[in-house]
Design a protein around this ligand. Structure first.
Ligand code: NAP
Ligand code: F7E
Length: 336
């Protein structure tokens, strides 16, 4: 029988990649999107899945919409990817961040408990929950949480609520503690895409310089297309669980910049990058390095795309976007 899944956050980065994966596995995919006067389907278009997803309107802050969603679809699997996911904005938007990322998850778990308790649930947890904590330089599933941002704090609540529904009601709920993962459809406010977009424009003479914050922070970056496979694998296990998904390879923003500029033939980028304190965080996470050992051993998951390939893929995609834009004739309106 065809399986049915709900993906929240369908128009973001991970939603379209996961939808593509599930559609290839012959799932019926419902995508929850917020009500927008002008919804942006650019990311689902990029992956060629817009016409295959059944879009439904709802909001993580509106419990009634989630009860209705689960009751009417009765999904086999729910992937909760919706979030106010930008760490940098979470200090100014602490309440919205909490309402969406913490209480929203409680609403969705309750909807499943009441209307589809056998449905399996995936929660998009994050390395931001660890803050600067590590065990001998590495984060694992047993490293304690010490979040450094309202975003990280909101995700810790959701993490424990997901564990609690498993332990209290025997539901199949899982946390994927995912480290940074990127792609050509990453939002432009995140540092990797901000860089790939700017490098493409600088190469083509469309931008002079890029302004950034802390270049010394290190992140464990992987490819979003690889990471959504781990999400699906978690829900195919006999029981729910908590898994860390990472590459185990940290790189600094400086290294990302260096590879991105070199990819377009610019070796010395020192005059092309400026520092603007507005892009620095009130509290920074200095370095992240996750061990995906449990995911590898239990799920059989491994990252496929290397850091170098990821940087090249993102810069190439932004160069191609600019090429297409330049070749598209300007729209002319005929007087009638
Ligand atoms: P994203 O691109 O920011 O997408 C998040 C989506 O959530 C957006 O489509 C957004 O809708 C939707 N959303 C926000 N508020 C909502 C609300 N009130 N009701 C319904 N939908 C709402 O994030 P992503 O990179 O795909 O990440 C997916 C999930 O993984 C997020 O929960 C994120 O926190 C988590 N995560 C991401 C990473 C990473 O490196 N990418 C790592 C660890 C965890 P609009 O499109 O309408 O704005
Ligand atoms: O910042 C530094 C910044 O915003 C990465 C989200 O998906 O991954 C993401 O959160 C680093 C930080 O991602 C700029 O200070 C320097 O150290 O790309 P980011 P993030 O904060 O790591 C985690 C796992 C999530 O869960 C989140 O949802 O880059 N940085 N200069 C900058 N960052 C930004 N955004 N802009 C700059 O100009």
């Amino acid at each position: 029988m065809q399986k049915t899944a709900i993906i929240t956050g369908i128009l973001g980065q991970d939603g379209p990649y996961l939808a593509k994966l599930l559609l290839e596995k012959d799932y019926r995919v419902f995508g929850l999107m917020q009500r927008h006067s002008a919804p942006n389907f650019e990311n689902t278009d990029w992956l060629g899945v817009t016409d295959k997803i059944e879009f439904v309107t709802g909001d993580m802050t509106d419990e009634g919409s989630l009860l209705h969603l689960v009751r009417s679809i009765r999904p086999a699997e729910v992937y909760n990817l919706a979030a106010q996911s930008f760490v940098g904005a979470s200090w100014d938007l602490a309440r919205v961040t909490t309402e969406v990322n913490s209480l929203g998850v409680l609403h969705l778990l309750n909807a499943l408990k009441y209307h589809q308790p056998t449905g399996k649930f995936y929660q998009a947890a994050t390395s931001e929950m660890f803050g600067n904590n590590h065990d001998n330089g590495v984060q694992t599933e047993t490293t304690s949480f010490r979040p450094r941002s309202p975003y990280g704090i909101s995700k810790v609540y959701a993490y424990w609520m997901t564990v609690n529904f498993r332990e209290s009601f025997g539901m199949h709920t899982s946390n994927g503690i995912l480290f940074n993962h990127e792609s050509p459809i990453r939002g432009k406010e995140f540092v990797t895409r901000k860089i790939s977009d700017a490098v493409a424009k600088i190469k083509l003479g469309l931008q002079d310089k890029i302004m950034l914050g802390n270049l010394d922070a290190k992140r464990d970056w992987g490819f979003a297309g690889d990471y959504v496979e781990a999400m699906w694998m978690m829900l195919q296990q006999p029981e729910g669980g908590d898994y860390l998904v990472a590459t185990g390879e940290p790189h600094s923003i400086r290294e990302f910049l260096d590879l991105a500029f070199k990819h377009v033939g610019i070796d010395d980028w020192s005059d092309l990058v400026g520092i603007d304190p507005r892009f620095k965080r009130p509290a920074e996470i200095h370095a992240l390095k996750g061990s995906p050992q449990k995911a590898t051993e239990t799920l059989g998951w491994k990252p496929k795309v290397s850091f170098e390939e990821l940087v090249a893929m993102m810069v190439d995609a932004d160069l191609e976007r600019q090429r297409v834009k330049a070749e598209t004739p300007a729209f002319s309106v005929k007087a009638v």
